[in-house]
Design a protein around this ligand. Structure first.
Ligand code: TRP
Length: 452
């Protein structure tokens, strides 16, 4: 049993608004607190470069979004919850290329964002130049996104409906890669939050930067009030009953209020509350939730160096524990290999025996004794420290007996793919490949040793 890995990215191309808060930040922060999952949240700044070519804006937006998520309660611990910047994970562009080489161009031609740009050119009569003004970056968007997901082999990807096609493409690339090179990738699934409302904006349409109808998440109190008072309503007078159905004001209220508060507001609408009073109540309710977050946000924005360090730590640990060993395994899989370890002949059965998995024992500077199970350049297992070489040897012997040994318990641990525990429940080694890959390597080793 492995942990469920949940991953999502936020493009750093703007300032968060209430719609982002209700639709993405608030549910993600809540989800990150439920046990039994490993969570990866990242700032998709490489994706931002596709849309935003103003360097100051990219930097500003990255800071604002990072501070917003932290202010809203995200607590990265670099074990169960990771928060990092996409561009700090150097394996992502490398994996993007591996995936580019298996991605079907025809599939990419059908990506919504690219197709919409082509359709706009056609509509403008640019028949013979339908790719006018379209960068290869926009075209490759889904491949970069697949690499974001696949570098940590995420199982679930919470996204908006508009992103479902991208997740399906990621599955397609994963399948093609697995077919060619062996089972390296999990097939990711989109996770759509059915009950999370899309928030209406000031004009009643969906709150979105492109409609210019947003309420910035951390607008100062007086600006928040002004914006809320500018929400479009109908011309009914105080005393006249009002419809909750289709009322942007009511929907906004509902997104922040408890069930009881919502019912009280519904009654007030029926009783003919004046729009001014209703707006005041909405303002008070939103501000009650946002004000403490706004204070934290301002404190964080005043200390960008702390945020920078937190993001760097997130990226470093995620790479060390997961990204770098996984990329090593993938490089090996596609044939980007150490030339001094050439198989004697290009015969596949020989190639296997030339790269037989092996246990390596060593001593660290902490004075303890360790072992690794390696397959070529890939580290499949990494042990904890043992007091003596004999203890380390015993653990190896136990593994070699696998699968006959019942004490070989595969359970989950957060910073690796899985953990091995002894009969006392003590974790003595962690797996950095899938448990199937480790099982297969141990079986090959046992088989080779049994052979005459
Ligand atoms: N494309 C996503 C969006 O615009 C952002 C994103 C980039 C993302 N990489 C991702 C989301 C990986 C989920 C997983 O919303």
């Amino acid at each position: 049993m492995t942990v469920t890995r949940i991953l999502t990215g936020i493009t750093t191309s703007g300032t968060p608004h209430l719609g982002n808060y209700v639709g993405a930040i608030r549910p993600a922060v809540a989800a990150s607190r439920t046990p039994g999952s490993q969570n990866f949240y990242f700032l998709a700044d490489l994706h931002a470069l596709i849309k935003v070519q103003d360097p100051a804006k990219v930097q500003r937006s990255t800071l604002e979004i990072a501070a917003s998520w932290l202010a809203c309660g995200l607590q990265p611990d670099n074990d169960r919850v990771w928060f990092y910047r996409q561009s700090d994970i150097h394996e992502i562009p490398e994996l993007t290329w591996f995936l580019t080489c298996v991605a079907s161009k025809g599939l990419l031609n059908r990506a919504h964002a690219y197709k919409a740009a082509v359709d706009r050119n056609r509509a403008e009569g640019l028949e013979d130049q339908e790719d006018h003004g379209i960068t290869a970056g926009l075209f490759m968007y889904p491949v970069l996104m697949a690499a974001d997901i696949m570098i940590f082999n995420a199982h679930k990807v919470p996204v908006g409906r508009d992103q479902i096609q991208h997740i399906e493409m990621a599955r397609d690339f994963a399948q093609r890669f697995n077919h060619l090179y062996g089972d390296h990738f999990v097939l990711p699934e989109a996770m759509i939050e059915e009950h999370v409302a899309t928030l209406p904006g000031l004009d009643g349409r969906k709150m979105s930067k492109s409609y210019d109808n947003t309420i910035p998440l951390f607008a100062p109190r007086d600006q928040l009030k002004k914006l809320i008072f500018s929400i479009v309503t109908d011309s009914r007078m105080p005393g006249e009953a009002k419809d909750t159905e289709g009322s942007a004001l009511f929907q906004l209220y509902q997104a922040f209020a408890s069930a009881e508060e919502t019912e009280a507001m519904r009654a007030a609408f029926a009783d003919g509350i004046g729009w001014g009073d209703a707006k005041q109540r909405l303002f008070e309710r939103v501000d009650a939730e946002i004000a403490p977050l706004r204070d934290r946000y301002e404190t964080l924005m005043a200390k960008p160096a702390l945020i920078e360090q937190q993001l760097l730590d997130g990226a470093r640990t995620a790479r060390e524990r997961l990204g770098t060993p996984f990329m090593r395994q993938l490089r090996e899989a596609v044939g980007l290999r150490n030339l001094s370890k050439m198989p004697a002949e290009a015969d596949s059965t020989r190639e296997k025996s030339a790269t037989l998995p092996a246990f390596k024992q060593y001593r660290e500077r902490d004075g303890k004794f360790y072992f690794k199970l390696v397959d070529g350049d890939a580290v499949l297992l990494q042990s904890a420290g043992f007091e003596s070489p004999k203890d380390a040897g015993k653990a190896i012997a136990m593994l070699r007996k696998y699968p006959g040994d019942a004490e070989f318990a595969v359970t989950s641990r957060n910073d690796a793919v899985f953990a091995l525990r002894d009969s006392t429940g003590h974790e003595y080694a962690w797996g950095f490949a899938s448990s199937e890959a480790v099982r297969a390597a141990l079986a090959r080793l046992a088989e080779a040793e049994a052979a005459p």
